[in-house]
Design a protein around this ligand. Structure first.
Ligand code: AHR
Length: 502
């Protein structure tokens, strides 16, 4: 008989990484596939409100408590004319949308999206087009959205029924501008120059905004991290964040290696932090640039289906990955990675939110449902607010195809001072063994155990559908607390949320 695997964790309320910026639970809606049309917006749907927004989707988004949503792209923004989406809906043009080769009807634009964001209690992270357009477009857009009045663009907004400015605070300076797939791809020097000058103009219109400089499209780009170094050299004084994007796949069907991929994300984050700090030192600057991980997820299931889609159709089902249980585990581990970097990762966007590589799915003129990845994201968003504590963890380890010394257990702990709550997030990546975890809770000895939530399934490939929630959490996890010592049995391949309260 093999010996039972064990792990140890020490959690101390004084060992703080940082206050968590709630915006790490952000998400993303692009004018792509059925994210907008047939996702958040479907005027003919019986559950749509008087503006055409689906109330069933609004309710699901609210369950996730998403504090910020990136919009309108993505690759789409690089050939987008924001002016096409304002004013009388009957006068709005159909356009060829070049990134995804569809027809954009412009029935939703900036004003409608701001209305939707208010309905779901979120803020908007607005991306500007630095592909086909530039400084002029950006300064006009921010005058339209943020200037109170008495100018051409602000008065036009008022004439469209929006008396008060939207006051959008967070802006992305383009999207993935190093990518050969991007309309208007640039060299780092070209991007650095245009981003700096656009940032200057936008901050002249509204000095209260914050700006995200485009980082590499992912860590495998040939120019990473030279791109960050060169572009930040130009933009350092004007911007506040640099963006990171990363998606993971399991084409090889190697679950042990797949579940270790948040180690790659961890290295990516560390390299970008070092690059930002190198430029900080080079500029003798007192300012620190933080990280906006504004696209992340698993993405690969839908790639072949997408090849079958006819170009120039309206809202076709693009990038509709059906997530399985192992995808939810990696999403959980990626969230844990953000929490461990709470001192520098201040924003993140799960890409995306509805239908397109998304936790929420809809049927046109039908129902809506939760994918497997909905659950770890919801748990982290609801319970992962407060202070991220250093996880002193001793876990057994394994080697996989691409990684060595992968801890079987991933863990992050969040202390919410106001609510007097402690939440421990854990993933057990072991494919066959439960692991017994002993946690020394020291300074939390006057806390009691509220619940141990578990997401588990005997089939790593199990998926949810509109009819069956095959993968959903229960709160019968096996944990007991005695004199500040928590003993938990972490089921093989499971996501765990252990909640304690004073
Ligand atoms: O999220 C889907 C796409 O992935 C985005 O449009 C782009 O920025 C990234 O390559």
């Amino acid at each position: 008989m093999s010996e039972k695997l064990t792990a140890n964790l020490v959690i101390d309320k004084h060992n703080n990484i940082a206050e968590i910026d709630e915006r790490i639970y952000g998400s993303f809606i692009e004018h792509l596939g059925r994210a907008v049309y047939g996702g958040i917006y479907e005027p003919s749907h019986p559950k749509s409100d008087n503006q055409g927004f689906r109330t069933d989707v609004i309710d699901l988004v609210k369950e996730l408590q998403v504090p910020i949503v990136r919009y309108p792209g993505g690759n789409m923004v690089s050939s987008y004319n924001w002016e096409d989406g304002i004013g009388d809906k009957h006068q709005r043009p159909n356009r060829l949308e070049l990134a995804w080769r569809t027809i954009e009807t412009n029935q939703v634009g900036v004003n409608e999206f701001m209305d939707w964001s208010n309905k779901v209690n979120t803020n908007v992270m607005m991306a500007i087009n630095l592909g086909t357009r530039g400084i002029d477009d950006a300064r006009n857009l921010i005058e339209y959205t943020n200037h109170p009045g008495n100018t051409y663009w602000s008065e036009l907004r008022k004439s469209h029924g929006y008396e008060s400015p939207h006051n959008i605070k967070t802006w992305c300076l383009g999207n993935e501008m190093d990518g050969p797939w991007q309309v208007g791809q640039m060299t780092p020097t070209e991007y650095g120059r245009i981003a700096k000058e656009t940032a200057k103009a936008m901050k002249l219109v509204d000095p209260s905004i914050e700006l995200v400089s485009c980082g590499s499209s992912n860590s495998s780009m040939p120019t990473f991290p030279e791109w960050e170094s060169i572009t930040l050299d130009h933009t350092y004084d004007e911007v506040d964040y640099v963006s990171l994007h990363q998606y993971y796949t399991n084409y090889e069907n190697d679950p042990a290696n797949f579940l270790a991929k948040n180690m790659d994300m961890d290295n990516f984050i560390k390299t970008v932090i070092s690059t930002c700090d190198y430029i900080k030192a080079k500029h003798r600057s007192k300012k620190t640039i933080n990280l906006s991980f504004d696209e992340w997820n698993v993405w690969y299931h839908s790639i072949n289906d997408d090849k079958m889609i006819e170009p120039w159709s309206i809202a076709p089902p693009q990038l509709e990955d059906h997530y399985n249980f192992e995808d939810a585990l990696l999403v959980g581990s990626m969230l844990i990675t953000f929490l461990k970097h709470a001192d520098r990762v201040k924003m993140a966007s799960l890409a995306q939110l509805v239908n397109v590589i998304a936790p929420i799915m809809t049927e046109n003129n039908g129902g809506s449902w939760k994918q497997t990845i909905f659950y770890p994201f919801m748990h982290a968003s609801i319970y992962g607010r407060g202070i991220s504590l250093y996880p002193l963890l001793h876990s057994p380890k394994y080697d996989s195809k691409d990684f060595t010394d992968v801890p079987y257990i991933d863990s992050a702990s969040v202390y919410n001072k106001e609510k007097e709550e402690l939440t421990i997030f854990l993933v057990n990546k072991h494919l066959t063994e439960d692991i017994t975890l002993t946690s020394d809770l020291r300074s939390f000895d006057d806390y009691y155990l509220v619940e141990h939530i578990v997401l588990e399934n005997s089939d790593l490939k199990a998926v949810n559908t509109i009819h069956h929630q095959n993968v959903k959490p229960h709160n019968n996890g096996c944990s007991s607390l005695e004199s500040g010592r928590l003993t938990s049995s972490l089921a093989k391949t499971s996501w765990n949320v252990i909640r304690l309260k004073k």
